[in-house]
Design a protein around this ligand. Structure first.
Ligand code: AQP
Length: 333
């Protein structure tokens, strides 16, 4: 009898564009191991990083470091396909095709494009504009069902769905329509110095906690985190963004609500809040930092894993790409 139960496919990626932050960890990375019954692919989105100028040596170093971090965070590279985006040419190939099925108007409405165009006003390149098309290609190549991301990437998953639906309407059911998977309370971690802005790995160091920061750095950065002057520990993102951000970090790592985290600290001062946050973050990140160093020290092992997994990804990706080429009419002998 034919088995009609298709295993779900999970895909996500992270750009090796800086030191990965606690935001990347809470919003994305730690959720990646939550799909034991699915086929999961996680990439280092190195092609995406080129939309902003990168130092080449740093980029290479960060890409290897991110691969090690995926494994250090608990992803088994035999069960999950951990690979580098640029090692699988099908990503760029599908992106070209999908560029031709995406409208300028919809790309220019993307919040990330607007934000990054402001941040990098001297380099508003075509790649930055078309970033969501490459991301759609990443996702659609693997017939992905679920995309675990932070809330800031929701808009890009939505445009990916639009592109896929448009393509399917023209050519039949070529692509699976993916769903974003966003864990609610922990979806967006804010900058420590400007808590109304997203914590980002390409911002200055003191605005974020890096996953690989030492305990001393974590304590120092959290001590300096912006709060307010009213002194009450209360979850109120609108009026108390700094305190609320600390509560979100604490609650996300303890798997409770920010309100419950505030309740536990009732009557105490901001010093106690910061200490609780720092110790919880250190407790979570220390084993990851240690494991990361061990994995990175075995460079040959890491490289062998990346080569093997790129082959696995490419084999899956080519199936979709062949189908797309055929549908749009590209001649294939
Ligand atoms: N502050 C955040 N809170 C929650 N989730 C976050 N993510 C990023 N920042 C936060 C999630 O991490 C994943 C990887 O993101 P990315 O590297 O592909 O791009 P990004 O969203 O642009 O991340 P950054 O850190 O802000 O990088 P830069 O500074 O290079 O642009 C995504 O799932 C994202 O939602």
């Amino acid at each position: 009898m034919e088995n009609t139960e298709k295993r779900k496919v999970v895909f996500s990626g992270i750009q090796p564009s800086g030191n990965l932050t606690l935001g990347n960890y809470i919003g994305a990375l730690r959720n990646f191991s939550g799909f034991p019954d699915a086929d999961c692919l996680y990439c280092m989105a190195d092609l995406h990083t080129l939309t902003v100028r990168q130092d080449p040596a740093q980029l290479r170093k960060r890409t290897a470091s991110l691969a090690a971090l995926y494994v250090a965070c608990g992803l088994d590279p035999e069960k999950n396909i951990i690979y580098c985006q640029s090692h699988v040419p099908a990503h760029a190939e599908l992106a070209w095709i999908l560029n031709c099925y995406t409208y300028m108007g919809e790309m220019s409405r993307m919040t990330q494009f607007k934000d990054k165009s402001q941040k990098h006003a001297d380099n508003i390149n075509v790649g930055l504009f078309a970033y969501p098309v490459l991301m759609a290609s990443d996702i659609l190549l693997y017939q992905t069902d679920i995309v675990p991301v932070g809330v800031d990437q929701k808009q890009h998953v939505e445009i990916c769905r639009d592109i896929a639906q448009r393509f399917n309407a023209l050519y039949g059911d070529v692509f699976t329509i993916p769903e974003p998977y966003i864990r609610k309370a922990s979806a967006k971690i804010m900058s420590l110095s400007e808590p109304t802005k997203k914590m980002s790995k390409s911002d200055p160091e003191d605005t974020y906690i890096a996953i690989l920061d030492s305990p001393d750095d974590i304590r120092r950065k959290i001590k300096r985190a912006v709060t307010d002057s009213d002194g009450e520990i209360r979850y109120d993102p609108e009026n108390k963004p700094g305190v609320s951000n600390l509560l979100v970090i604490l609650s996300a790592l303890k798997n409770i609500t920010p309100e419950a985290a505030a309740q536990e600290l009732q009557g105490l001062g901001y010093g106690a809040l910061k200490e609780a946050v720092a110790e919880t973050v250190i407790g979570e990140l220390t084993p990851i930092r240690q494991r990361h160093a061990e994995i990175l020290a075995d460079r040959d092992g890491l490289n062998a894993m990346l080569i093997h997994n790129a082959e696995r990804a490419q084999a899956l990706a080519r199936k979709t790409l062949r189908k797309v080429y055929k549908k749009v009419g590209l001649y294939q002998p």
